[in-house]
Design a protein around this ligand. Structure first.
Ligand code: GLC
Ligand code: CA
Length: 551
């Protein structure tokens, strides 16, 4: 299982590198920067969707699974990119979005035509109840999950936007079509799939009303959609029909996953997926208004969640490790400190904390140079469908003051992670020669890849070293995790044990020095990495991280 020793780098293609000056990142832009990724040392690229799409949700609404989005390039350019990756020892994991398609997908266009159409049952159609929607579920990007279709006087289900109709996995023909498409990509030579909201593919067939909470006008569909009745059966079937025939990395994006469910999805017998993304550590601040708050996490809660996943999956399932992705704010802004004084130190501390845990680490583009939140001030600057809908909804229904919503967006909006990759100090950060599709973070003069490559002490080289340690020391991959200092509210510490070796990891999550006896006997071991050159006995300096191997 090669992916246990791997580090994955996520590319959000729209924002990575633009090769032709139209302001939109593209495949040739990625190909042009593969040496950079090789230098970093990552083994795998996870590429967010590049398929044909009307871009209602930036490619997570696919209208043709076997064609490349025009803005991103051509299939020939894709093949070249894949070949250039493989030449450099980098494998490619594709995003698989099969809970839903675009409403512009040929299947949906057919499905909509009539109740008798052979594609009708590819989607989920229900009759209305008393002239209203079939039930009270609310969609992720606003409104009801049901959209009325006048032609046939029925409603179709969409858990996300109305341009993202959910596929009907109960229909074997749907599943067969998906498996065939997956095999087609595998035959092309790709190395895996990241499966978009794959925990949502099996719905409770009675479609009952849900409970309405707090300020919402709609119910949460979660209990009837996430980890639904047949989801494991479907994934086992997919595994038999596709996954088991190739040597793939598979990771499920599993909204609502619990430890018990994860043990099934990512079981070590390999009958379903390789690993899953859990959400508990990025949902710590979810509250009355869902994710829309500017509240910060607290270390005790964070540790409780991460340690639980580390210890409870031990020997049962494999973890994935991440601080950020295209749906989350920037890691250093959210969990570290993005001010000028501590940005570098805290970014390295977070990297240490994550990469020394047990599981496969994921780096989101720009994280390796410590890119920060965009903190857009005006709603006009946002491009993300979720952010825009949430803002409009909050204003329309008067549930949050405008300034509160803006301050929530500033710290939690998905657009924080979607501003273009900062390559150098030239105009538009070297991302494009044209007009970028979304604003560039103006700190690119201080934070960019070119400067990082010139600075031996940069975050980039720190990540490079962390990745190299994983290759060098088995204990980083296989050591059993045990939490340390579990009541501390400033230091996150743990150890990893393998045979008679012990790896001790200590991370100060604050901007103050704190007392710490963890490393009092550090001379007896070997320091593998630290973000400080000099240490003081009995103390961890602000955002200090240290890793000592005892053997
Ligand atoms: C996943 C994607 C997200 C997308 C949603 C609907 O959560 O990561 O970007 O909006 O699914 O496809
Ligand atoms: Ca372009």
């Amino acid at each position: 299982m090669w992916w246990k020793n791997s580090v994955v780098y996520q590319i959000y293609p729209r924002s990575f590198a633009d090769s032709n000056g139209d302001g939109i990142g593209d495949l040739n832009g990625i190909t042009a920067h593969l040496d950079y990724l090789q230098k970093l040392g990552v083994d795998v690229v996870w590429l967010s969707p590049v398929y044909q799409s009307p871009n209602d949700d930036n490619g997570y609404d696919i209208s043709d699974y076997q064609n490349i989005m025009q803005e991103f390039g051509t299939m020939e350019e894709f093949d070249r990119m894949l070949a250039e990756m493989h030449k450099r020892g980098i494998r490619l994991v594709m995003d698989l979005v099969v809970n839903h398609t675009s409403d512009e997908h040929a299947w949906f266009i057919e499905s909509k035509k009539s109740k008798e159409n052979p594609y009708r049952d590819f989607y989920i159609w229900r009759e209305g109840k008393d002239g209203k929607e079939p039930n009270n579920w609310g969609a992720c990007f606003g409104g009801s999950t049901w959209e009325y279709d006048r032609e046939t006087d029925m409603y179709y289900l969409h858990c996300f936007s109305k341009k993202q109709p959910d596929l009907n996995w109960e229909n074997k023909a749907v599943r067969n079509n998906i498996y065939e498409m997956m095999c087609w990509w595998c035959e092309k030579g790709i190395d895996g799939f990241r499966m978009d909201v794959i925990s949502m593919i099996s719905k409770e067939q009675s479609y009952p009303n849900g409970e309405i909470h707090g300020g919402s006008s709609y119910a949460d569909f979660g209990p009837f959609v996430c980890n639904g009745p047949r989801v494991h059966e479907y994934l086992q079937e997919m595994n038999r029909e596709v996954l088991s025939k190739y040597n793939l990395l598979t990771v499920g994006e599993t909204a609502g996953v619990t430890i018990e469910e994860a043990k099934k999805y990512a079981n070590l017998d390999g009958t379903e997926l390789g690993m899953v993304f859990q959400f508990e550590h990025v949902d710590l601040t979810v509250g009355e208004f869902g994710k829309w708050t500017d509240e910060r996490f607290c270390l005790k809660d964070l540790r409780e969640v991460l340690n639980k996943w580390q210890t409870e999956l031990e020997g049962k399932a494999w973890n994935s490790l991440y601080w950020s992705n295209h749906d989350q704010p920037r890691a250093v802004s959210r969990f570290g400190n993005d001010g000028p004084m501590y940005r570098k130190l805290s970014a390295k501390m977070l990297a240490t904390c994550l990469h020394m845990m047990k599981g496969t680490p994921y780096i989101y583009q720009g994280e390796e140079i410590g890119m920060t939140n965009a903190y857009f001030e005006k709603i006009e600057e946002y491009r993300d469908i979720e952010s825009i809908h949430a803002f409009e909804d909050a204003m329309e229904r008067n549930i949050m003051a405008e300034e509160d919503m803006i301050s929530a967006l500033k710290v939690i909006s998905r657009d924080n992670a979607r501003t273009p990759m900062q390559w150098n100090r030239s105009r538009h950060a070297g991302f494009t020669t044209g007009t970028p599709w979304i604003g560039i973070n103006q700190n690119y003069l201080q934070i960019n890849a070119e400067d990082a490559l010139q600075d031996a002490d940069s975050i980039f080289y720190y990540y490079q070293k962390l990745i190299a340690l994983r290759k060098q020391y088995n204990i980083v991959v296989d050591g059993i995790f045990y939490g340390l200092l579990e009541d501390d509210d400033k230091i996150y510490a743990y150890e990893r044990i393998l045979g008679n070796q012990k790896l001790v990891v200590g991370c100060n999550f604050t901007d103050k020095k704190v007392d710490c006896t963890l490393f009092d006997n550090a001379e007896e071991g070997e320091e593998l990495i630290s973000n400080y050159k000099h240490h003081k006995k009995g103390i961890l300096k602000p955002y200090e991280a240290r890793v000592i191997l005892f053997s």
